[in-house]
Design a binder for this molecule. Structure first.
Ligand SMILES: Nc1ncnc2c1ncn2[C@@H]1O[C@H](COP(=O)(O)OP(=O)(O)OP(=O)(O)O)[C@@H](O)[C@H]1O
Ligand SMILES: [Mg+2]
Length: 149
């Protein structure tokens, strides 16, 4: 961190991860955040028939646990903003994992809407889907899949 001249934005990733600084074969310096490999399958792989849900999977428990997680995150002013099926995984015991914080946002004092971003360079506004709204859509999608198998 000492070598940074100016930090534009910081997003705290609440999942366990490693910060790795390394040199590539060709000598370039890279800095990567690496997450542990989860023993889990993504909901999109389940819905699209590539993976199975664990036995005794309880959709209501699964989503209420996710809602608790997002509530805690929002209290810390962290917004995921991409809570769709392929960024949510289910573990061997039916427990949820949230991955891919690539669109994540940490709000600071003075920031207005976590789901609206203005790009100064492109003069363009980007809107993100509300985390809880996305969870509802994702739950509906998974429920439809479960009802049809
Ligand atoms: N930590 C992890 N452990 C196990 N599998 C993972 C992990 N992170 C990602 N994956 C798998 O890789 C897929 C893509 O990961 P991720 O969402 O981080 O990348 P992405 O570039 O945003 O891809 P996508 O456009 O599909 O969302 C996930 O749907 C999941 O199946
Ligand atoms: Mg993703």
């Amino acid at each position: 961190m000492d070598s940074l001249r100016e930090i534009d934005d910081v997003v705290r990733v609440p999942n366990p991860y490693y910060s790795i600084k390394a040199k590539t074969q060709s000598g370039d310096n890279v800095h990567a955040l690496v997450m542990e490999r989860l023993d889990a399958v993504s909901l999109s792989d389940v819905i699209e028939g590539r993976e199975n849900l664990p036995e005794n999977f309880n959709i209501d428990l699964f989503f209420s646990s996710l809602e608790n997680f997002f509530t805690k995150m929002h209290k810390e002013d962290i917004f995921h903003r991409d809570a769709q099926d392929r960024n949510i995984m289910v573990g061997k015991n039916g427990e949820p994992f949230v991955i891919d914080f690539g669109n994540g946002k940490k709000m600071y004092f003075g920031d207005e809407d976590p789901y609206r971003e203005f790009d100064d360079i492109k003069s363009k506004v980007t809107y993100f889907t509300d985390d809880f709204e996305f969870l509802k859509i994702t739950k509906r999608k998974l429920k439809k899949y479960i009802d049809n198998i």
